[in-house]
Write a protein that binds this ligand. Structure first.
Ligand SMILES: [Zn+2]
Length: 71
């Protein structure tokens, strides 16, 4: 199994983790997955598989994008 490396959080530089979105309804029969920071509230949107979630995270497509409120 290939393990794709997650970049560190853009806000606090903590380690990010892949998580399964148990609270939301299933997408195509599977639970959605997202990546979130272990320390702050930065996270991606819920994606259909881990590859997309990791891709979102590594390209900084975050849900609660703090950068947007900074200026
Ligand atoms: Zn963080």
């Amino acid at each position: 199994m290939t393990r794709i490396r997650l970049k560190r959080c853009p806000h606090c530089h903590s380690i990010a983790r892949l998580r399964i979105d148990w609270d939301n309804k299933k997408i195509n029969g599977c639970y959605g997955q997202y990546v979130s920071c272990t320390l702050c509230s930065a996270r991606t949107q819920t994606e259909v598989n881990e590859e997309l979630a990791i891709n979102d995270w590594n390209h900084r497509k975050l849900n609660n994008c703090i950068q947007l409120t900074l200026f």
